[in-house]
Design a protein around this ligand. Structure first.
Ligand SMILES: Cc1cc2nc3c(=O)[nH]c(=O)nc-3n(C[C@H](O)[C@H](O)[C@H](O)COP(=O)(O)O)c2cc1C
Length: 201
């Protein structure tokens, strides 16, 4: 599959055959993630592979934080319980779950909060590029994958329960696995490029 075909056919796929990827497959994919562009040649991304045994505790820790956030928004307990259950099911159902983090210790620091903020923004840009590498290589290898943003909202809880270095801030997770037998690639709508484009002349 060439790169254009790979970009065009990549989709977020949320249904999997059971069975995690092998350690070698995970390493091969992450070895391509870390070829993403990064500001000042830093390498801000880190990855945490969450074992099946840790999934429940991980989902509960994130859920506890999310519950507090939802209560602040006056969401009813019944609705909260349903949302948390759905989120936990997604975390548990992922055959392979990889959390992507940004290592704050790897970023440049200045005596200027605004400059530090730009460094953090740039590291997020680089993170997105790294995660896109994962999604593309997954597609190229005929694997199913999708992005899960919940760790962003519970970075501290995630670190505490999974015990990785404290400077690693969880930004997102990626669920990866093999396609179901009856997998049909979803059709993509044509993107009307002119709606996203301004020629400055
Ligand atoms: C920053 C970001 C956060 C996302 N968070 C989630 C998520 O929490 N759960 C989910 O199912 N998909 C998530 N997605 C996937 C999007 O829903 C998906 O990319 C979008 O619907 C377009 O579909 P496509 O990826 O098939 O082109 C996220 C994507 C991005 C880039």
């Amino acid at each position: 599959m060439n790169i254009e075909e790979c970009i065009k056919t990549r989709r977020s796929i949320r249904q999997f055959e059971s069975g995690s990827l092998s350690e070698q497959e995970i390493k091969d994919i992450l070895s391509l993630a870390v070829l993403a562009p990064a500001p000042h040649h830093t390498k801000p991304w880190r990855f945490v592979v969450v074992s099946e045994e840790k999934r429940s505790k991980f989902a509960d820790a994130m859920g506890a934080k999310w519950r507090l956030d939802l209560l602040k928004d006056d969401i009813e307990e019944d609705t909260i319980a349903k949302l948390l259950l759905k989120s936990k099911e997604k975390i548990i159902a992922a055959p392979t779950l990889i959390i992507g983090c940004i290592d704050k210790a790897s970023l440049r620091h200045y005596d200027d909060a605004s400059k530090d903020n730009y460094e953090m923004i740039m590291s997020h840009h680089s993170f997105g590029a790294a995660l896109q590498n994962i999604l593309l290589v997954a597609n190229q290898r005929n694997l199913a994958a999708y992005w899960i943003s919940s760790p962003l909202y519970a970075s501290q809880e995630s670190q505490e329960v999974l015990n990785y270095p404290i400077a690693w801030k969880a930004v997102a997770a990626i669920a990866l696995g093999r396609h179901k037998n009856n997998f049909e690639p979803p059709k993509r709508q044509q993107v009307p490029i002119n709606e996203y484009l301004h020629w400055a002349s």
